[in-house]
Design a binder for this molecule. Structure first.
Ligand code: BEZ
Ligand code: FE
Length: 290
């Protein structure tokens, strides 16, 4: 095509990708191109704006490394990560929520109840519940990968004072599908504020850097979709302004003061009372093979 014009460039560019051999890859790339062109036409993108956008992407890449992805953060603060999580969620199951940058593969396997308190300041609490299938049946082969931040708000990866396996573990549910993690109450946490995502997008919009306090879980069971999600604290002040749109009503739990001498002892508390948040997690079955 030697006569590229405003009225044919989009179609010509899209059809130039028709040779991509994988049908899904072809759809992803052609739709991306069509939407980018539509965006540029809608906003009447100027040269200066286009150069500024590319410079922003350069800065986003420059600050990224093996241990930090500013592109993930961009996806998070634009709500794209949460949109993908919500599209992958099903109405009959616990909704997904952001993975975030602090998951580490291979956390230590602990018994159930797991106890993560050792060496940590903070308010001792119990997180417990069951892992269930869509019909309410306990999923007795389920496993949970759990991680959270410390009382100073930091995850171990960005706090040299914490050991590398602090406040993270894997555990298996018991024969009734019950799980329990004895831990400290998670604290609100700020997304990184030293990069272009904060300086160029989030701060100028007058938005907050705070993430509502949460713990992370990846819950898996044979025959079921693996769920990446978070549990939030009903008393947290940032539930309505979470910086990455991670909060879902179904993921907000309230700590209740309960009499449970055994749990209180596990938490190292005097007396028989402790704060317990109970959350049942429901997994969807894997779709049937075609
Ligand atoms: C977090 O879960 O801690 C997190 C998620 C997204 C961006 C930054 C932090
Ligand atoms: Fe987190």
């Amino acid at each position: 095509m030697r006569d590229i014009r405003l009225d044919n460039i989009t179609a010509v560019a899209a059809s130039s990708l028709a040779g991509l051999p994988d049908a899904r890859q072809r759809e992803l790339m052609q739709q991306l191109l069509l939407h980018l062109h539509a965006y540029a036409k809608t906003v009447k993108l100027t040269h200066a704006e286009w150069r500024a956008a590319l410079a922003f992407l350069h800065r986003t890449g420059d600050i990224s490394s093996n241990t930090r992805s500013e592109f993930s953060l961009l996806s998070d603060v634009l709500g794209l990560s949460s949109l993908v999580d919500l599209m992958a969620s099903t109405p009959d199951a616990t909704p997904g929520s952001v993975l975030g940058p602090f998951h580490t593969v291979g956390s230590p396997w602990l018994g159930n109840p797991a106890n993560l308190i050792a060496g940590n300041a903070g308010q001792p609490v119990v997180l417990r519940g069951r892992v269930l299938g869509a019909q309410g049946q306990p999923l007795v082969d389920a496993s949970i990968d759990f991680w959270q931040n410390a009382d100073n708000g930091l995850y171990w990866q960005i706090d040299p004072t914490q050991p590398s396996d602090n406040l993270r573990c894997q555990l298996k549910v018991d024969a009734q599908g019950n799980w329990e993690v004895d831990t400290i109450r998670a604290r609100p946490y700020q997304i990184p504020t030293d990069g272009p995502v904060w300086h160029d997008v989030v701060a100028p919009a007058g938005r907050s850097a705070w993430r509502a306090a949460h713990v992370h879980l990846i819950v898996s069971a044979p025959g079921h979709r693996t769920l990446v999600t978070e549990l939030f604290d009903a008393e947290d002040p940032y539930l309505d302004s979470d910086a990455v749109f991670g909060v879902r009503e179904a993921l907000i739990g309230r700590y209740q003061l309960q009499t449970d001498a055994a749990a209180a002892a596990r938490l190292g508390l005097q007396g028989e009372q402790c704060l317990v948040m109970h959350t049942d997690i429901v997994l969807s079955p894997l779709p049937a093979e075609p």
